[in-house]
Design a protein. Structure first.
Length: 429
C-alpha cells in the first residue's frame, strides 16, 4: 500500500480532475475487468473510465499524462451493503447487552448508529440499505444524508419501521399493519414518514432445533400482493424478510422486489426469480456466526449439525442461482448477533465466494448489481461516466479473492480520500 500512502492528498480532486492509469479496472457493471485502464474524476462524478486515454475536455488545462500510473493497482466501485440494521450493533456479542441496547432512548440509538456509520467509508462501504427499525434511526440518518451538513458518511436508504403482524416475529424492528388496518394504509403511513422503500416480514425465522422454518408464513400471497401493489403504485420497492419454501413461494407470487435471506429456496423458485427479475439477498453471515460460535452460544451437537446443513444447502442454492442468472445482491444483515457493521459485510462477501461464486461475481453483487436493481436515489455502484466518484484503489488482488478487501486500500469518496480502515477487534458501539 506504500504507493497510495505516499500520495493520498494527490488522489483528492482539490485542484481539478484527477487522471489515474491503473493496472486493472472493475467497473461493476458486470463481472469483467479492464486491464491498463484510465479513470478520470472530479469531486462530483466520474468523467472518464475505459481503455482509451481521456479527451482533453476532461483534464486540467495543458495536462498530457496521468497524475498517477498505478500498474499494480485495481480500481473498483465502493461497496454497497444492501441489508443492515443500523440501530443495533451486531459486534456486541453479549445477549444481555444487546437486549439492553434495544431499550435505549431513540436519541441515544441515533447517536450510536451515527458513530458506527461513520467508520464504514474507510472500510470501503459507501452505501447501506437499511432493513427496518421502529425507532426511526434509519430514517433520521437518511434525512441527514440528504442535508447539506452531512459530512462524510455512506449513503443511507431506509424503510422506517418494518411491517409485520401483531404478535408475530419482528417486533424489535417492526410495527404491525394492524395499526393502520390495511396494506394500502400501512404503506401510505410509512411513505409519509419518509420511507424510501417498504420492508415486509413475510415469515418467521428458522427453528434451529428442527432445522427448518416451522411456523406458517405471516403474510399469505394475496396480502403480500396488496402490499407490493400499494408500494409500486407510489413508486416504491418492497424488500421482504422471508425464509422457508412456502414463504418464498408467496413472495414470488406477489412479485416483490427483493427476497431477503431466502433460506430453503429451491431451484424452481430460483428460475422464477430470474424470469421475474426479483433480486435475492442471501445473508449468510448471521447463521455462519451461530456455527462458528456454537459452543459459546450453548448449541447442542444436533443444532450445530442442523446449522451446517442449512448453510450447505444455502451455498448450493447460491451457486445454482449464479448459474441460472438470478440477480444476486450482497447484504450482511449487520446488526444481527455477531455481525458487526462493515467488517460483517466483508465476512458476508467472503462467505459468498466460499459458497462457489467467483470473486468478480461477488464484487458485482456488492456494487453494480445492487445499484442497477434497487432504485437508490443517487447514482453510484459502478465506475462509469456520470456516477458519483466513490471507489476503492488497492494493490491487493481482490479480483482473485475478496478476502483482500480486508487489506489496506484507499477509498475515494467524492472529494475526500481515506486510507485503511479501523480495527475489527475494537468492541462495537
Amino acid at each position: 500500500m506504500s504507493a497510495l500512502a505516499e500520495i493520498p492528498n494527490a488522489l483528492a480532486p482539490h485542484s481539478g480532475p484527477v487522471w489515474l492509469r491503473v493496472g486493472r479496472l472493475f467497473s461493476g457493471r458486470d463481472a469483467t475487468v479492464l486491464r491498463d485502464a484510465h479513470l478520470v474524476y472530479d469531486d462530483t462524478r466520474i468523467l472518464h473510465a475505459g481503455l482509451a486515454a481521456p479527451s482533453a475536455d476532461y483534464l486540467r488545462t495543458g495536462q498530457r499524462a496521468p497524475d498517477h500510473h498505478l500498474p499494480e493497482h485495481i480500481a473498483l466501485p465502493g461497496l454497497i451493503d444492501a441489508h443492515t440494521h443500523l440501530f443495533i450493533e451486531g459486534g456486541e456479542e453479549n445477549p444481555e447487552k444487546r437486549a439492553d441496547t434495544l431499550k435505549l432512548p431513540a436519541a441515544e440509538l441515533h447517536a450510536k448508529a451515527s458513530a458506527r456509520l461513520a467508520r464504514l467509508v474507510a472500510l470501503g462501504v459507501v452505501a447501506v440499505r437499511e432493513a427496518g427499525d421502529k425507532a426511526g434511526v434509519g430514517l433520521a440518518l437518511q434525512a441527514r444524508w440528504r442535508s447539506a451538513a452531512r459530512g462524510v458518511m455512506p449513503y443511507v436508504d431506509a424503510p422506517g419501521a418494518a411491517i409485520n403482524h401483531q404478535g408475530r416475529y419482528g417486533s424489535f424492528m417492526a410495527r404491525p399493519t394492524e395499526e393502520q388496518g390495511s396494506p394500502e394504509a400501512t404503506v401510505a403511513e410509512r411513505i409519509a414518514a419518509g420511507a424510501h422503500r417498504i420492508k415486509l416480514i413475510a415469515t418467521g425465522i428458522i427453528n434451529f432445533e428442527k432445522g427448518m422454518v416451522t411456523a406458517k408464513p405471516q403474510m399469505p400471497a394475496p396480502e403480500l400482493t396488496q402490499f407490493a401493489e400499494a408500494a409500486r403504485s407510489r413508486g416504491k420497492q418492497t424488500m421482504v424478510h422471508c425464509s422457508g419454501n412456502d414463504g418464498v413461494a408467496n413472495c414470488i407470487a406477489a412479485r416483490v422486489d427483493t427476497i431477503e435471506h431466502g433460506y430453503f429456496i429451491d431451484d424452481n423458485q430460483l428460475a422464477q426469480l430470474r424470469d421475474l427479475d426479483l433480486a435475492w439477498v442471501p445473508t449468510f453471515a448471521p447463521v455462519q456466526y451461530q456455527v462458528d460460535h456454537a459452543a459459546a452460544l450453548g448449541w447442542s451437537d444436533l443444532i450445530r449439525d442442523n446449522l451446517r446443513r442449512i448453510l450447505d444447502g444455502h451455498a448450493r442454492s447460491l451457486a445454482r442461482a449464479a448459474q441460472l442468472g438470478v440477480r444476486l445482491v450482497a447484504g450482511s444483515d449487520a446488526g444481527s448477533h455477531g455481525v458487526a457493521h462493515g467488517w460483517g459485510f466483508l465476512r458476508e462477501l467472503e462467505l459468498m465466494q466460499q459458497a462457489g461464486l467467483s470473486a468478480m461475481q461477488v464484487l458485482h453483487s456488492a456494487t453494480g448489481a445492487s445499484a442497477a436493481r434497487l432504485g437508490y436515489a443517487e447514482n453510484f455502484g459502478t465506475l462509469t461516466v456520470g456516477v458519483k466518484p466513490r471507489f476503492l484503489l488497492t494493490e491487493h488482488d481482490v479480483i482473485a479473492s475478496v478476502e483482500n478487501l480486508r487489506r489496506p486500500k484507499a477509498v475515494i469518496f467524492d472529494g475526500s480520500v481515506h486510507l485503511g480502515g479501523d480495527d475489527p477487534a475494537v468492541p462495537g458501539l
